[in-house]
Design a protein around this ligand. Structure first.
Ligand SMILES: Nc1ncnc2c1ncn2[C@@H]1O[C@H](COP(=O)(O)OP(=O)(O)O)[C@@H](O)[C@H]1O
Ligand SMILES: [Mg+2]
Length: 278
């Protein structure tokens, strides 16, 4: 175990049983690095000994499998429709890391009768909590009802932006709408493709200013990721884990963990109440 791995204090309080934690990676604008970040976060957690599941919930531009060069034949929709077991849809990347494609699974789920939603969500909860310490959702960019539902229910809603003004404006817009529509109060910010941390802090401060002025949300800066010119080559080789990028992600995970607060509702209770409310 290297120093970075040790720096992540992932365990709950001494004596408390470890419960599954949920991370959603979201952005206003596309192309800011959500998928690469989802994969790297998954890899860092898995390499730290945590069983981790990535759910590719970007039904429009489902990319996780393309970056890994593994194409699953079945997804969450098949599971919801009873056409596949959970084991059928989980793709193993390595001993601790797996992923599932959701297709438009959450949308399909919402269309089912409420008692069926209840039993499926309960089943998913059992599967997640029996098998994984972390579940990461790679979400589509922008403001979709289904994304908002997931993002509002997780322990760590992680908003990604780059320093580009359009990405920054869209990140703020996303925070504002989720705060207003779903009453989510706490957001985490990662600034990707920066030259240095100073540039990232300037971006954070500009979003924070607006967030404090026009919303009730608080924004926590959890770190930045430097622009890595080798990353594209790695992605082409379908090995999307770039050393420098991974180092930055270890630091992000370490600072996220210090912010953990007990939650009133579990991810699944929160998801269910939001799904059934619609
Ligand atoms: N830190 C970085 N340095 C260099 N290129 C990056 C970095 N993060 C992401 N990229 C590139 O940006 C592009 C979009 O990344 P991706 O993860 O697909 O974004 P999203 O999922 O938000 O649409 C990819 O080509 C990826 O190689
Ligand atoms: Mg993506």
């Amino acid at each position: 175990m290297n120093l970075n791995q040790q720096a992540i204090h992932l365990k709950h309080r001494e004596g408390a049983s470890e419960s599954t934690r949920y991370i959603a990676i979201a952005s206003g604008k596309g192309g800011v690095g959500k998928t690469v970040l989802s994969l790297s976060v998954g890899k860092c957690l898995a390499d730290s000994g945590k069983k981790t599941l990535i759910i590719d919930a970007d039904f429009g531009l489902s990319n996780v499998h393309l970056m890994l060069g593994i194409t699953p034949s079945k997804n969450l929709v098949h599971f919801f429709l009873g056409e596949a077991t959970f084991e059928d849809i989980v793709v193993r990347v390595n001993e601790n890391l797996s992923f599932v494609s959701s297709g438009n699974g959450i949308y399909e789920l919402v269309k089912l009768p409420k008692d069926q939603i209840l039993s499926l969500v309960k089943r998913l909860q059992e599967l997640a909590e029996d098998n994984y310490s972390y579940v990461i959702f790679d979400t589509p960019p922008g403001i979709h009802d289904d994304t908002l539902t997931v993002v509002s229910s997780v322990d760590f809603p992680l908003v990604v932006t780059t320093p580009e003004p359009t990405a920054v404006a869209d990140a703020y817009a996303l925070i504002k709408i989720i705060n207003k529509e779903n009453q989510l109060e706490k957001f985490y910010l990662v600034v990707n493709k920066v030259e240095n941390n100073h540039e990232a802090i300037k971006v954070y401060e500009s979003i924070k200013l607006l967030t404090e002025k026009y919303t009730t949300a608080t924004l926590t800066f959890v770190g930045s990721i430097r622009y890595r010119k080798n990353l594209i080559r790695k992605i082409i080789e379908q090995d999307p884990f770039e050393k420098g990028f991974i180092e930055d992600v270890y630091n992000i995970l370490a600072s996220m963990d210090t912010e953990v607060k007990p939650r009133k509702l579990s991810f699944w209770d929160s998801l269910l109440s939001r799904l059934l409310r619609r």
